[in-house]
Structures are given as structure tokens and as C-alpha cells.
Design a protein. Sequence first.
Length: 138
Amino acid sequence: MNLNAQWITGFTDGEGCFYVGINRNTEMSVGYQVLPEFTVVQHKRDVQVLHAFKEFFGCGVVRTNHGTRMAYRVRSLEHLSSVIVPFFEKHSLKTQKKQDFLLFRKIISLIKEKEHLYSEGLQSIQSLAKRMNTGRER
């Protein structure tokens, strides 16, 4: 299955998610761990699409999500910053997901600058993450 950039962008607009988890972790310097990820979920009958995403981007994993759903996930900061973010900078999303991506991109930048290791930086990341994905609280 050969995917092109426009198809990837459109499919991500409908089925993709840019997410930043912030979990309590006492081993981290500020007591929290920041976990960004790009995810696309599909029913297992369409798992070939997820494998095509993995092949297209050259990174990430395809795993069971919940029940009959499978997910393509990219969690590596290196892959997010060098592959996923540049792709969506070049191939702009069309829906509200574009706003989520812009916040996600800013968070990735803050993490790369090691801001998540300081209280002020973590607070900035938390504030940005709260505005993502319909602004639901975490």
C-alpha cells in the first residue's frame, strides 16, 4: 500500500491524534514525566493502513490499542521532532487538529530545550497540553 502525503494528511485530520501525557513520576526531577505521542487508531480489519503509516514515516510501532482496535504510535522524541513534526509543517492539516498540532509542536520544542525538567517549563507544557484535543482537563 503506497500512501502519499495528501492522503496521510487527510487521514490524520480524521483519525489521528497529537497527545501529550503528563504523569506523576517521583524519579523525575520535577516529579512528572512528559510523554508526547502521535497516534492513528483503526479497527483491526484495517490494520494494513497502520502498517502503511509506519512504512511511510519509517518509524513508530503498530500495536493493539483496545479490544478490536489497533494503533500506529510514534513516541520517540527524536522521531517526533525529526520526522512527524516536519511532515505536518510541510503538509498542513485542515481541521481543528491543526491547532492541536501547533500546540504539540511547541511542546516538542520545549522538551527538546529541556524545559520539562524545570517547574516553570513543566507548567508551560501543562498549560499548552490542556488546550489540546478539545481542551479537556488532565
